[in-house]
Design a protein around this ligand. Structure first.
Ligand code: SF4
Length: 451
């Protein structure tokens, strides 16, 4: 049994064809690529002389924070710790790049670098957590970084690649149904607590916040009941931006001439409400803007929410009864005289207008809000839901696909439907994100074999 297990594992660990090819860049990016490819090995001695074993490399982080997330490290005491790995050319880059005061680096468990600056340097996080350091020896390397894989193939690649397509679809569908049910239950509880309209508003706001700004968007929606916004429709947008903290004094100075009149119109309405809502204004530190694509900047997302408020009555109806196409048409057709052509309150106008809510966000709203809401209302949704198409644009889905399917040529076919992507995300969250053994102790491969 052991040799069979080891054989399957090594087969799954064969270097897979990369999912995403990045240009070959010398320097720090190449160093990171070679680290991730395992060219430096996985057993190191920290700068304080402690042995450290990298149990798993994690995945490339495309958001603010360390270069890799989801890594697992075993230190001399045997305890396994999960978190991020930051790789720099020089030890002091940690400080000069501002990581020491950036909360996004708080969960870093290892700082790797090539060169040490003269004086001894300790890697500390913003809450003064001491991060172990490893200095790399470039002499151990050969030539060429090659292409960069997004994440390592997992142990479950082996069973899944031998499954017939229908069996893989069945696994994904089943996980997607489970996920949909769970989301429906969550929405049902919200409806019971806040009523249907506010529950829908909270859920849409949360979806517009993306992963990075889910909390401030949720707080905004909770602090501004929909009934108030709809009764004060002329001031609703200004109050949203005011409570978001985007109209506070320190932010006013940098406004460009072209945005000044828009900001002025918001401010003229907001000041009448400001005293009443002063306690509810969100602190600036709650907002995460670094790493966000301009189109997804929270200013613009809030503009989209304001535009949706203007069409709320129609939206509420199609959310319940319209086809997925009708929901998508309404969301993609939203227009705002300022936000359709601006990315932030500070930016120059763009050359042309862009959709306020793009295709992938609409898919997210369908998956996380519209269909769970319908299911929570005891309606049969699965037959419709399982036919919805979606682009492969979600970063977590790409990582999960790299881990579970690697270079399986059927990958695109498996993931062309929204439900399949949601099923894959469920497996990723239930198994990959809970694993700290580099797949060795993950029960999924054995369980899925019995499918
Ligand atoms: S952790 Fe489990 S589910 Fe994830 S890639 Fe490894 S074996 Fe597959």
């Amino acid at each position: 049994m052991t040799h069979r297990y080891a054989g399957i594992r090594s087969q799954a660990r064969v270097r897979e064809r990369p999912l995403i090819a990045l240009p070959k860049v010398p320097g720090e990016l190449e160093l990171q690529a070679r680290w991730f490819a395992g060219d430096f090995g996985r057993n190191f001695t920290s700068t304080s002389g402690e042995p450290v074993e990298l149990v798993q490399f994690g995945y490339w982080n495309r958001e603010p924070g360390p270069d890799f997330r989801g890594a697992a490290l075993r230190k001399s005491e045997g305890e396994v710790q999960r978190g991020g790995v930051e790789i720099d050319l020089l030890d002091r880059n940690w400080e000069s790049h501002g990581h020491a005061i950036n909360p996004a680096f708080e969960e870093t468990i290892l700082h790797v670098f090539v060169e040490r600056s003269g004086a001894e340097f300790f890697t500390r996080t913003s809450s003064h957590w001491l991060v172990p350091q490893v200095q790399l020896d470039l002499g151990t390397l050969g030539q060429g970084a090659g292409e960069i894989a997004l994440a390592h193939a997992g142990r479950c690649v082996a069973p899944l690649r031998h499954f017939e397509s229908a069996r893989v679809h069945d696994v994904l569908d089943s996980a997607a149904r489970f996920r949909l049910q769970r989301k429906a239950e969550k929405l049902r509880r919200r409806v019971q607590t806040h009523g249907r309209e506010d529950a829908l508003f909270h859920a849409v706001a949360e979806a517009l916040g993306y992963k990075q700004n889910r909390l401030p968007f949720t707080l905004l929606a909770q602090r501004l009941p929909l009934a108030f916004l709809r009764e004060n429709v002329a001031d609703a947008e200004a109050v949203l931006f005011g409570i978001a903290g985007f109209l506070e004094a320190p932010n006013v100075a940098p406004f460009r001439t072209c945005t000044r009149s828009y900001v002025r119109s918001l401010w003229d309405k907001w000041w009448r409400h400001r005293d009443r809502f002063a306690r509810l204004i969100l602190p600036p530190k709650l907002w995460k803007t670094s790493g966000a694509r301009p189109l997804n900047h929270p200013h613009r997302r809030l503009g989209a929410l304001a535009a949706l408020l203007g069409a709320w009555k129609r939206f509420s109806v199609v959310a319940s009864r319209g086809s997925a196409g009708a929901v998508a048409e309404l969301l993609s057709g939203l227009h705002h005289p300022f936000w359709s052509v601006h990315y932030t309150l500070f930016a120059e106008p763009a050359a042309s207008a862009s959709a306020l809510i793009g295709e992938s966000r609409i898919a997210d709203i369908l998956a996380n809000v519209i269909y769970p809401l319908r299911l929570s209302e005891e309606r049969e949704v699965w037959n419709d839901y399982r036919t919805l198409r979606a682009q492969l644009s979600n970063q977590s889905v790409r990582i999960a696909a790299a881990r579970l399917f690697a270079d399986d040529p059927r990958q695109r076919e498996f993931l062309r439907l929204l439900a399949a992507q949601q099923g894959l995300l469920q497996i990723y969250e239930d198994f990959c994100l809970r694993d700290a053994s580099d797949c060795a102790q993950c029960p999924f491969p054995e369980q899925v074999r019995k499918w």
